[in-house]
Design a protein around this ligand. Structure first.
Ligand SMILES: [Zn+2]
Ligand SMILES: [Zn+2]
Length: 327
């Protein structure tokens, strides 16, 4: 493809609004589609670009990027890292990561191992408290989802041990309660630095999850921006129009990129459609272009965030962003 045709192509894309989805899950975490099926589904949904952002793993990304090479859909490597922030679980998206990065892979597998070990320990703790519970009962509730404390709560409700979700947490599962088990978690700063070190850009996922008032979000963004946060996921199916507006405004105020996605899990979250969320989600292609430009700029500068110790080469992420040839 010549440079000129590339320009014409891009122009056509801008004139005919086209949409993207930068938040999806595959069978490598808790989605129901393989990475290859996801790329095909994105094409069928008329999307121009998608990112795969499995929970705490980049194992699906080589298949995903390979599928993207043979498709009109542009593919971007991503990951969704769970972390601990003020006693809550927060998710950080990392885009354009080098999937072979040793420390990233190592840290992600520690996160997954930590979660598995945690589940066994919670079962043991509940058994010691006289509750008859087995891990496979919890796994049965979780189905193809990643087992988490909410699934333990559901089992405890089913067994009549507690009357509600809140009671399950208040009596057993919350931090400081008898069945709580501390596991290996990253801080927001550690997650941001890790993503940057692996050549990627950190984006705060679905900020409404943090359940914060806007002044607290602002102070949180100040802290995260100082650590190297690059963007905020303003477009998300659970965000109200008001929240989306607020997060877009916050992005402007803090000089952050805006991203968006459906958090598609296939049949595991059947009410969420790839690209369209609950039907009204529209994530414009221009956001993908801005993200890609920022990734390229970073690569060209040989810089990763503000961390001078990190090394990154243009070729390191060229392979992560497929579709059109990059300039
Ligand atoms: Zn998430
Ligand atoms: Zn997700």
């Amino acid at each position: 493809m010549t440079d000129r045709s590339k320009i014409v192509n891009r122009k056509a894309k801008i004139e005919n609004p086209i949409w993207i989805d930068l938040h999806t899950h595959s069978t490598f975490s808790d989605g129901s589609m393989t990475p290859t099926e996801l790329v095909a589904a994105a094409r069928a949904a008329g999307l121009a670009a998608i990112a795969l952002t499995d929970h705490d793993t980049c194992d699906g990304l080589s298949e995903f990027l390979a599928a993207g090479k043979g498709s009109e859909v542009e593919t971007l490597a991503g990951v969704e890292v769970s972390l601990e922030f003020g006693g809550r679980t927060v998710h950080m998206l990392g885009y354009g990561i080098n999937t072979a990065h040793g420390r990233l892979r190592e840290t992600l597998s520690r996160l997954v191992e930590g979660r598995n070990k945690r589940n066994t320990r919670i079962v043991q703790k509940l058994q010691l408290l006289g509750i008859s519970i087995e891990l496979n009962e919890v796994q049965a509730i979780a189905g193809e989802q990643i087992v988490g404390r909410p699934h333990f709560a559901q089992v405890l409700i089913q067994k009549g041990v507690v009357g509600s979700f809140d009671e399950a947490f208040d009596r057993y599962l919350a931090r400081g309660r008898p069945a709580y088990f501390e596991r290996f978690r990253l801080s927001p700063e550690e997650a941001i630095h890790l993503i940057a070190e692996a050549g990627g850009m950190a984006v705060l996922a679905h900020p409404y999850y943090m359940g914060m008032a806007s002044d607290l979000i602002a102070s949180t963004l100040t802290r995260l921006k100082a650590a190297g946060l690059v963007g905020i996921e303003a477009y998300y199916p659970e965000h109200t129009e008001g929240q989306t507006r607020l997060y877009v405004e916050m992005a402007q105020r803090f000089d952050l990129l805006v991203t968006g996605g459906s958090d598609f899990h296939g049949t595991i979250k059947p009410n969420i459609a790839l690209g369209w969320g609950r039907g009204s989600l529209r994530v414009p292609y221009v956001l993908f272009e801005r993200l890609r430009k920022a990734l390229l700029r970073r690569g060209k500068n040989g810089l990763v965030g503000q961390h001078s110790g990190s090394k990154h080469q243009v070729s390191g992420f060229k392979s992560q962003v497929s579709g059109e040839d990059l300039p």
